[in-house]
Write a protein that binds this ligand. Sequence first.
Ligand SMILES: Nc1ncnc2c1ncn2[C@@H]1O[C@H](COP(=O)(O)OP(=O)(O)OP(=O)(O)O)[C@@H](O)[C@H]1O
Length: 282
Amino acid sequence: MSNLLEIKNLRKSYGDKVVLQDVSFNVPSGAIVGFIGNNGAGKSTTFKAVLELIHKESGTVKLFGKENLNKEVKLKEKIGVVFDAINLPSNLTIKQLGKVFVKVFDSWDQNEFERLVDIFALPRNKKVGSFSRGMSMKISIAVALSHNAQLLILDEATGGLDPSSREMVLDELGNFVKKDGCGIVLSSHIMSDIERIATHLVIINEGKITLNEEKDKVFEKYAFVDLDNDQLTLLNQDIIIAQRKHGALFTVLVSDKEKLPSGIVAQTITMEEISVFLTGSE
Ligand SMILES: Nc1ncnc2c1ncn2[C@@H]1O[C@H](COP(=O)(O)OP(=O)(O)OP(=O)(O)O)[C@@H](O)[C@H]1O
């Protein structure tokens, strides 16, 4: 499986504040990477650095195997981007947008755009600037899906969508990634969305990656255990992902419940629990 995006040791500071420290993860072809973290953890900053909208301090970013996106103009067309804030021309209608984008993108697919506008039930003759937040997200997603991109970078793209719209969008994302050589990285605070569609989980906490793993592996092998100090010393250090102290006991997230000493009871994990544990917001 080749990587559409490779991020290695990415670092970024604003003034004295280090907001990304040694961030590394990949988006393989065929994958949907769920990028999870609290408000201010560094998700948007990572995306902006990947897209070269901001300068990174150090580290490398490779898109389709190549560095320096700004010098590889053709590559940009292969990336569909949706940011939380709408950045489409507000004075145009959807009808007019189609006419603009056919000129902007060599590979603009007007039929696909029309299909998505229909299934997202978006009005064709209303100015985009007057759209609700949910409608704005849907039109941004429709655009990102209509220029034959291979990689989608979606920052909070399902936030603000009603449940039936979310279903439709998640279905479309699932279909997108089935196409040859396509992949998605999406940040979200909606754990049920991540649990439903992600193939890989990347968790970031205060600019540091605390988990980077295939989702199925997390649910098959990972577990929480409650231990006292003596039991903790018996634990194979290699399987400890994170631990928290609660009075005299420790709650430990382990990466392989098969390697637990006998007598220690593994508790099953939920997406919500693992994300709360690793984002430190408990
Ligand atoms: N232009 C900027 N100048 C100074 N600090 C910034 C700037 N942009 C982001 N930051 C800081 O960088 C940190 C990471 O912000 P970022 O927007 O990447 O978080 P996030 O994980 O996307 O959060 P959210 O879930 O709220 O969207 C925060 O502490 C934020 O205040």
